[in-house]
Design a protein around this ligand. Structure first.
Ligand SMILES: [Zn+2]
Length: 359
């Protein structure tokens, strides 16, 4: 589907509006009329904020997929392991219930994968149900018993269970996917003086790849040239322990500057390892003199889809004049690449962090 934004009209807009209204988002006087007006945009923004997506008021691949998936409630359909896997809030609710009961249904990403299947089988065996891996009425009825336990959990952040724990102390032999954001016809953010995000991320990604290879890492780049790669294909064929996606930040105010990183978080569930990797990277960036804004939990497509420990890094704002100048300097790209490689090395070596494990 093409990206939809304010001013668009047609059947696709109608579909978006129907889904938004179905989930209780206010569409104002416009209603479901097939025209992407200000009320639709406001509803899209609310939806994006609620789901931890990039709140830009546009319906691109990530927001569209979330809209579709958020429409499912547990019990709407039979769930079981299949290819491609079921995705949606119903799978997420299933995982939450199973995890609460102590069956390891894996990271709560809302994807019915092998881990979910194994947890369902375990649960069925324990509950004396037919062990068929199919989540239908009988399995759901048994799971209903968890409701009370679940309510005690609201508002709490639950770290992932199995983690992306990497049992190694050095970078040698680690597999890392580096994903330079955007490319080709998709330039990403373009600064006032014409610096394109896609070029900054590529230069940084290529240098980071060199540094990590020199440390003995097995590195895969999602692109090593100026080409366009669809969002959801970036995580494809990326078996690996780490997935680092590179982007640049932008803001309405030119004053905003500095670096930020994002790890997977969806409602109360977040990636503990992603959060820690963000911390390590942040410390290295700070040491290198780059203002560090912090690590933030988000539900971006790549954070959810890519395997392993996933981090999106935005080392600078292309809307800030100072950052823009730095983005063009090879020595700054070098500084950033070294900080990222260093952060990864610190994470793997489990360098102590002062405020670690304070929960
Ligand atoms: Zn970007």
């Amino acid at each position: 589907m093409r990206d939809l934004s304010r001013g668009d009209r047609g059947k696709e807009v109608l579909d978006v509006q129907t889904r938004l209204r179905g989930q209780g988002f206010e569409l104002g006087r416009e209603g479901v009329d097939g025209f992407f007006g200000p009320h639709t945009e406001a509803a899209v923004l609310s939806f994006q904020q609620e789901r931890g997506l990039l709140a830009d008021g546009r319906v691109g691949a990530n927001t569209w997929r979330e809209l579709v998936e958020s429409g499912y409630t547990l019990g709407d359909r039979l769930l079981y392991l299949r290819e491609p896997p079921f995705r949606g809030d119903d799978v997420l609710q299933l995982q939450v219930k199973l995890n609460l009961l102590g069956f390891n249904a894996g990271p709560e990403r809302g994807v019915h994968d092998e881990l979910v299947e194994r947890a369902v089988l375990d649960f069925q065996r324990n509950a004396g149900l037919p062990v068929d891996g199919i989540v239908g009425a009988s399995t759901l009825n048994k799971l209903e018993a968890v409701r009370k336990a679940e309510s005690g959990r609201e508002g709490k952040k639950i770290p992932e269970r199995d983690g992306g724990y990497v049992a190694a102390r050095s970078l040698t032999g680690r597999s890392v996917t580096i994903d330079p954001g955007h490319g080709g016809s998709d330039s990403g953010v373009v600064s006032a003086h014409g610096v394109a995000e896609k070029d900054v991320t590529l230069a940084l990604g290529l240098r980071l790849a060199e540094l990590l290879r020199a440390e003995g890492c097995r590195v895969r780049l999602t692109r090593d040239a100026d080409e366009r790669i669809p969002l959801y294909s970036r995580a494809d064929g990326a078996p690996g322990e780490f997935f680092i996606s590179l982007h640049c930040n932008e803001a309405g105010s030119p004053a905003a500057r500095g670096a930020a990183a994002y790890y997977f978080q969806r409602s109360h569930y977040y990636s503990e390892h992603g959060r820690r990797l963000a911390e390590y990277v942040g410390r290295r960036l700070e040491t290198a003199g780059v203002p560090w804004l912090g690590g933030f939990g988000r539900n971006y497509a790549l954070l959810r889809e890519a395997p392993g420990i996933v981090l999106v890094v935005e080392p600078l704002f292309l809307t800030n004049p100072e950052d823009e100048t730095l983005a063009r300097r090879p020595e700054h790209v070098e500084r950033l690449a070294r900080a990222l490689a260093g952060g990864l090395a610190d994470y793997v070596a489990r360098v102590p962090v002062d405020h670690e494990e304070r929960s």
